[in-house]
Design a protein around this ligand. Structure first.
Ligand SMILES: [Ca+2]
Ligand SMILES: [Ca+2]
Length: 253
């Protein structure tokens, strides 16, 4: 056999590809084992291709055996604010918890609401600090509303949900999703009061809000949740309407 050229690469396995004069290609694997002992192995390219096909078939067989639930590794995660469960259709519950955030009077507080799990865990190293921010529970502040006075000062649950859909979006000022999108839930945009220094991100609280099972009727006033009202001006009316409570939907696709 006469070789006219060769290519060498160096990886975990060193090797050579050797090219024949008669057009046949041979692959030589050079495997270094046990000190100075070199082991050479020769395959024709046809043998290599056959082995690749066999591997592809074996891989397809393995993939076909993967349970459907495991193959659905994609999807997106969102928080269903104000509820103790995720929508039953096409979602799974990651965890349920309570809404927390910075106090409404603290300008340096966390500016986002967080879904704090019901089974918290703590640092085991003895970590402590004295110059800190603070995390409070959240209360509905809905006494001035026409429909939700019964929620006033009650504490607020949340559920973190995994949707099978690849993308989840919250759209303000909508009660339905746009064409081609599936409704996860609808609700009302809520955030802090316009006069409070501890302003927050806006969140979409479910249209059928729940309260914590151990909720206090007391006015603890930590993180607060108010409805948001449309103000015409730079925001054009129509299509917007002055004084309307801002709605929202969470949609997936
Ligand atoms: Ca309370
Ligand atoms: Ca309160």
């Amino acid at each position: 056999m006469m070789f006219c050229s060769y290519f060498k690469w160096l990886t975990m396995v060193s090797g050579y590809i050797l090219f024949c004069h008669n057009g046949l290609v041979f692959l030589t694997l050079f495997k270094y084992i046990h000190g100075p002992t070199d082991v050479f192995k020769y395959f024709s390219i046809y043998t290599v291709l056959e082995q690749v096909e066999n591997l592809q078939s074996a891989l397809r067989a393995v993939i076909n055996k993967v349970p459907e639930s495991m193959s659905k590794s994609g999807g997106d995660v969102y928080t269903r604010w104000g509820r103790t469960s995720c929508p039953s259709d096409g979602t799974e519950t990651v965890y349920i918890g309570v809404i927390g955030g910075g106090r409404f009077t603290h300008s340096g507080s966390p500016s986002n609401y967080m879904c704090l799990p019901n089974d918290p865990q703590w640092d085991q190293t003895g970590l402590s600090a004295s110059s800190v921010g603070y995390m409070y529970g959240a209360e509905y502040e809905t006494s001035s509303s026409s429909s939700f006075q019964h929620l006033q000062d009650k504490e607020v649950p949340c559920a973190v949900c995994k949707s099978n859909a690849g993308t989840v979006i919250m759209i303000p000022a909508r009660t339905t999703c746009f064409s081609g999108w599936r409704l996860e839930y609808s609700g009302y945009v809520m955030s802090d009061h316009h006069s409070h220094v501890g302003n927050k991100d806006a969140i979409c609280v479910d249209a059928s809000p729940e309260v914590l099972s151990n909720s206090s009727n007391g006015n603890e006033n930590g993180a607060l949740l108010y409805f948001i009202q449309i103000q015409c001006g730079a925001l054009k009316c129509p299509p917007y309407v002055d004084g309307k409570i801002l709605t929202c939907v969470v949609c997936s696709k």
